[in-house]
Design a protein around this ligand. Structure first.
Ligand code: NGS
Length: 279
C-alpha cells in the first residue's frame, strides 16, 4: 500500500480530562511502587512490533513524528508508569513516536542537560526526526489536546503541574517537558554540559534561546497540565547560579559541540530504547 494514498491521521480528542480518566483507570498499580507487568504482553497490546519502543499508526499518515528523550537514573517504578502512560497517550494522538531513555550509570551527580544532549546526539546519528521532546520521567500529561509535536516556536509543554497547584512558577521557566525542532536545538548548541546536580540547566537553555532570538510559546494552562509522580528531593547543584552567570561566554563552546561521553550499553527494548552512558 502506497503511503501517499493514505489519509492523514486525525488525533483523538475528547472533552478536557476524559482521555486522562480513561487511561488512568487502566492503572491498577497507580498508587503502588512495586509495579510488575509483562513487557511482551504490553508491547503486543500497544502494537509495538519492532524493537526499540517506536510506533506509528498503520492505516493513515501521522502528522507528527517525534523522538521523546527522557533523562533517567534509578527510578524504576516511575519509569514503568511513565512508559505505560505515554504509549496510551501518544497512540490516542495518532502520532509517530519513539521513546529514548538516557540512563546515567556513573557515580557523578545527575546531569539532566548533558543526558538530553546525549539523547539528541545518539538519535541524530541513528534515526533523526525533525522534532524532539525533552521530557522528565516524573511528568504525565493530563490533557489529550496537548499534542506531542513541534510548533514553529519551541514550546514549554508542562506549563502547569498539579503539585504546583497548576500555576506557572515564573515566565522564563522552560523545564519539565519541552518540544523543539532539531535545527533550533542545534542552533543554540543544545544544553550546557556543566550542570551537575539539580537546577539551572533549563534556565541556561532558555537564555540560549533568547540569545539567538528564538522566543518560546505555551498553550493554555488547561491544555498544558501535568501530573507529577511523587519523589524525594534531588540534591541541588550549589554552583548553578555561578555557572548561569557566565552564560553568554559559554554558549558557543559548551554544549553539543563539546559533548563527550561513553556509551556503556544500547538496549532496544520492547517498550523503549535505553542508552546507558557515563558522562
Ligand atoms: C528554578 C530552577 C530550575 C527549575 C525551577 C522549577 O529555581 O532549574 O526552579 O523547579 N533554577 C535554578 O535553580 C537556578 S521545580 O519547582 O519545578 O522543581 O526547573
Amino acid at each position: 500500500h502506497h503511503e501517499g494514498t493514505k489519509p492523514y491521521c486525525p488525533p483523538f480528542v475528547e472533552f478536557d480530562g476524559q482521555a486522562w480518566e480513561k487511561i488512568k483507570h487502566s492503572y491498577s498499580f497507580w498508587r503502588s511502587d512495586n509495579i510488575e507487568f509483562d513487557e511482551k504482553a504490553a508491547g503486543q497490546k500497544f502494537g509495538l512490533l519492532k524493537a526499540g519502543g517506536w510506533w506509528k499508526p498503520t492505516n493513515c499518515n501521522p502528522v507528527h513524528n517525534v523522538t521523546l528523550i527522557v533523562p533517567y537514573r534509578d527510578r524504576p517504578s516511575q519509569l514503568k508508569k511513565f512508559i505505560l502512560h505515554m504509549h496510551s497517550f501518544l497512540q490516542l494522538q495518532m502520532i509517530q513516536y519513539k521513546i529514548l531513555v538516557i540512563e546515567q550509570v556513573d557515580e557523578k551527580p545527575f546531569n539532566r542537560g548533558k543526558l538530553l544532549n546525549v539523547g539528541f546526539a545518539e538519535s541524530v546519528k541513528n534515526s533523526p526526526t525533525h522534532c524532539y521532546i525533552f521530557h522528565d520521567v516524573d511528568l504525565l500529561p493530563e490533557n489529550i489536546k496537548n499534542i506531542y509535536g513541534c510548533t514553529q516556536h519551541p514550546r514549554h509543554m508542562s506549563a502547569t503541574v498539579n503539585s504546583f497547584r497548576y500555576l506557572l512558577d515564573y515566565k522564563e521557566l522552560f523545564g519539565g517537558a519541552v518540544a523543539i525542532l532539531r535545527d533550533q536545538f542545534k542552533k543554540v548548541n543544545g544544553f550546557s554540559n556543566q550542570f551537575f546536580g539539580w537546577g539551572g540547566e533549563d534556565d541556561d537553555f532558555y537564555r540560549r534561546l533568547m540569545d539567538k532570538g528564538i522566543s518560546i510559546i505555551r498553550l493554555s494552562p488547561i491544555v498544558s497540565s501535568y501530573r507529577m509522580l511523587p519523589h524525594a528531593k534531588q540534591s541541588e547543584n550549589d554552583k548553578r547560579f555561578d555557572t548561569l552567570k557566565q552564560g553568554k561566554e559559554r554558549y558557543e563552546k559548551d554544549g553539543l559541540n563539546s559533548l563527550r561521553y561513553t556509551v556503556i550499553n544500547h538496549i532496544e527494548g520492547i517498550l523503549y530504547t535505553v542508552i546507558q552512558v557515563k558522562l
